[in-house]
Ligand binder design. Structure first.
Ligand code: PHE
Length: 451
């Protein structure tokens, strides 16, 4: 592994890992899933899942990555040649590839909104007209592809410059910027009349939701997605780490910051939504239709709020997309012995091309070309979220929990002698796998594929 790239600093790694975790998942996905699943109860269940499953699996990914010092496939095969664990690597590689294909499409929509607010077209839409505004955009062909390609070009450009000069540097700029914009927006949102109703929605749970298996399944899905778990992203990032980092505190920092980010994003969105008497349970259109209605009602300040909001979303998406691309790029560099620049360009273009059917499937020409009854984008999203991520996560938990010698696992995760070490190992061995299996079962029973 001579001359393999490394992070310049510990902080750089943490920021990059937080950048990977904080993304569309924390704003777009978290808000609509929480909105649909009843708010506070979902939030509480989600936090439970984050700590019971997310944190142990994240630490396992960091451990595998730093130990392996290689890409997501070789990280499994070099430690346990000929064993089935490498399946976890394949799920991760496939998931990151396909997730990025549609992630780029949705991030492209975000860029289009920034552009439309800047040029004034989005601000000029009549009250009640944002549904049409959104649908006529995503239903066209050229528009969504143009913005998707632009977004992917930026992602490819950053990965092209490598771990230090591309990924680390961009995250060092983006993360502080994100925090500032987010806090500014939350401050504004909380001063709106009626903001307290939004707070109640987010923080005062309906206890009956705890018995609802679908809320649990949504929460585990969200926990994996938001922490970038089961996709090889965290394995790949931690493979650029040297020994002098403490993994448990790194994992804890990432989990806490990611969760805080989602909660504060909720503080931006729900007070605003409730203050204007709008229903938060409208699904994936929440930030593209519902919120713009809210911005519209805010009057003149609304456009400024909107521009900052969508810039926030775009930056968050960018730092996550970078980590998704890096998974495949690292694999191709090792496997085919390619230079980074070549790998970034070729793999990036390939993923962009695979995303095009997704871009055309939301009202555009490929809407009717469904797979298992779902438009292409929804199919890829469901397949990766509901199956690949949990399966990847399951393999990772079992790999470190059962496939490694205990002492090795403790040493490589910097947990030797710590009182949480045994707890961690049993979470990986039993708690996380059972939780994941249960969710997989629910997904099989509930998903459109098997009806
Ligand atoms: N965690 C990111 C989000 O919340 C998505 C992501 C998943 C990024 C997997 C990288 C890897 O949006």
């Amino acid at each position: 592994m001579n001359g393999r790239e490394q992070w310049a600093s510990k902080l750089g790694f943490i920021l990059a890992a937080v950048g990977s975790a904080v993304g569309l998942g924390n704003i777009w996905r978290f808000s609509y899933v929480a909105g649909e699943s009843g708010g506070a109860a979902f939030l509480l269940i989600y936090v439970i899942c984050i700590f019971l499953i997310g944190l142990p699996v994240l630490l396992a990914e960091f451990t595998i990555g730093r130990k392996g010092q290689t890409d997501v496939i070789a990280a499994f095969t070099s430690k346990a040649p000929g064993k089935p664990w490498v399946l976890g690597g394949f799920f991760g590689l496939a998931a990151s590839f396909f997730i990025l294909s549609f992630y780029g499409v949705i991030a492209g929509w975000v860029l289009y909104y920034i552009y439309s607010y800047f040029t004034g077209t989005a601000g000029a839409v009549e009250e009640g007209g944002y549904g049409d505004f959104f649908e006529s955009f995503i239903g066209s062909s050229g528009g969504p592809i143009f913005w998707q390609v632009l977004f992917m070009a930026i992602v490819i450009g950053i990965v092209y410059f490598g771990v230090k000069k591309g990924i680390e540097l961009s995250n060092k700029i983006f993360m502080p910027l994100l925090a500032v914009i987010l806090l500014f927006l939350a401050g504004f949102s909380l001063t709106l009349d009626g903001a307290s109703e939004g707070l109640q929605f987010l923080f005062s749970p309906e206890w009956s939701a705890f018995g609802d298996a679908e809320v649990w399944s949504a929460a585990v899905g969200q926990a994996f997605f938001t922490l970038s778990l089961g996709m090889g992203a965290m394995i790949t990032y931690s493979s650029y780490l040297s020994k002098d980092n403490r993994l448990p505190s790194a994992a804890g920092t990432v989990v806490v910051l990611d969760t805080l980010f989602a909660i504060v994003a909720g503080l931006v969105i729900f007070p605003a939504v409730f203050s204007f008497g709008i229903d938060p349970g409208d699904g994936p259109g929440l930030i593209f239709v519902t919120l713009p209605e809210v911005f519209n009602l805010m009057g003149g300040g609304g456009t400024v709020f909107a521009i900052f909001f969508f810039i926030l979303v775009a930056l968050a998406a960018l730092s996550s997309a970078i980590s998704l691309l890096e998974v495949s790029v690292a694999f191709v560099m090792r496997k085919f012995n390619w230079a980074r620049k070549q790998a970034a360009l070729v793999v990036g273009l390939l993923i962009t091309a695979v995303g095009i059917p997704s871009a055309l499937s939301q009202g555009g020409p490929l809407t009717e070309a469904t797979i298992a009854g779902l438009p292409f984008l929804d199919f890829v999203d469901t397949l990766t979220d509901m199956y690949f991520l949990p399966l990847g996560g399951l393999m990772i938990a079992l790999f470190v929990g059962w496939g490694w010698r205990r002492e090795d696992a403790f040493r490589e995760s910097d947990l030797t002698g710590s009182s949480i070490a045994p707890l961690w190992i049993w979470f990986l061995r039993i708690v996380a796998p059972l939780g994941i299996l249960w969710i997989l079962y629910l997904n099989v029973v509930n998903t459109p594929f098997f009806q």
